[in-house]
Design a protein around this ligand. Structure first.
Ligand code: NAI
Length: 333
């Protein structure tokens, strides 16, 4: 079967890691027609819009996209394309599985957890204004609808994947109304899944427990901002941003992207690790029922990483992006 999928190569290291992933996916034998679209600064310079309407239409039509990282200007300029995309397509669930890949040097062994991050509201609502000079208000939006929807997603995911525990991460001791509402929605959802253990952690304590003993965690569900921070922390437990993939899922559409950003410090040097985007592509292949190809890629990735001979710089190796990609393609022959 031939699939049509929207592709956003992105900027910075985006085009390099995207090219690598496309080669590996083709070598795995999946037939995909990629509809390429620009976003972010390139699109802004060309069209005056960082998130072109043609891109949104393409994802709506194809229902699936693979996305490289897109830079967001800090403190000024256009608002985040990544956040805009999630809002425009109601990609309400951000899924980030974090586990030890064989052969990847990591601080911990035995990590196997899944972060489920609410993707549409919280402080990411982008509602900010200056109250009086020198005083700014940023609004944290928490709704019953979005909190219940993400709670159900987390428990459904746990049930479908044979996971044993769901932990809600919150700061309801301080934000009694906002995080309190989030927590009460997760609490109300939990009894519908009696086979899954439910517990709660305050976000600061959760971070401490994650860096002391990450093996105790299973599925973690949380509002947007904590999800952003905790998922980078968790990437650090298993080898860094180069080895964690993610999916942004909505009722109609899905966008798969790496957890990392555009890494301007290493862009254009052919040293970026394409593994994170490749893991996102593996999630995508499972999503479109190309399970055999996803399994082939995972096997090749595990073979190459565990041999230790070909690793990128972030994993204490010296291979270029191209050399690493060549090794992955060879491992699938
Ligand atoms: P970053 O994730 O781009 O980089 C952080 C550090 O990790 C850098 O030292 C970088 O070299 C390294 N790194 C990241 N990915 C790597 C890879 N695949 N292989 C090897 N090393 C890698 O985070 P930063 O610097 O905070 O953000 C840069 C830009 O990316 C910003 O404009 C930010 O807004 C954007 N960004 C975009 C995201 C997206 O498109 N989903 C997500 C996060 C950030």
């Amino acid at each position: 079967m031939r699939h049509t999928i929207t592709l956003i190569p992105g900027d910075g290291i985006g085009p390099e890691v995207t090219a690598a992933v496309l080669r590996v996916v083709a070598a795995a034998g999946v037939s995909i027609e990629w509809e390429r679209h620009i976003a972010g600064v390139q699109a802004f310079e060309r069209t005056g819009k960082a998130l072109p309407v043609e891109l949104i239409d393409s994802i709506r039509r194809n229902t699936v996209a693979l996305k490289g990282p897109v830079s967001t200007p800090i403190g000024e300029g256009f608002s985040s394309v990544n956040v805009g995309l999630r809002k425009a397509l109601e990609l309400y669930a951000n899924l980030r599985p974090v586990w030890n890949l064989p052969g990847v040097p990591a601080r911990f062994e035995g990590v196997d957890l899944v972060i489920v991050r609410e993707n549409t509201e919280d402080l990411y609502a982008g509602l900010e204004h200056e109250v009086v000079p020198g005083v700014v208000e940023s609004l944290k939006i928490i709704t019953e609808r979005a909190s219940t929807r993400i709670a159900q997603f987390a428990f459904d995911y746990a049930r479908r994947h044979g996971r044993k525990r769901v932990t809600a991460i919150h700061k309801a001791n301080i934000m009694k109304l906002g995080d309190g509402l989030f927590l009460s929605c997760v609490r109300a959802t939990a009894p519908q899944y009696p086979e899954i253990v439910y517990d709660e952690r305050i976000v600061d304590a959760a971070c401490m427990h994650l860096v002391m003993n990450p093996g105790q965690f299973d599925v973690l569900v949380m509002p947007n901002l904590y999800g952003d921070i905790v998922s980078d922390l968790c990437a650090g437990l298993v080898g860094g941003l180069g080895v964690v993939g993610s999916a942004n899922l909505g009722a109609e559409t899905a966008v798969f992207e790496a957890v990392h950003g555009s890494a301007p410090d290493i862009a254009g040097k052919n040293v970026a690790n394409p593994t994170a985007l490749l893991l996102s592509a593996v999630l995508m292949l499972r999503h479109i029922d190309e399970v055999a190809a996803a399994d082939r890629i995972m096997k090749a990735l595990e073979t190459v990483l565990s041999s230790g001979a070909t690793r990128t710089r972030d994993l204490k190796g010296s291979a270029t992006t191209t050399e690493f990609t060549d090794a992955l393609c060879r491992a699938m022959l």
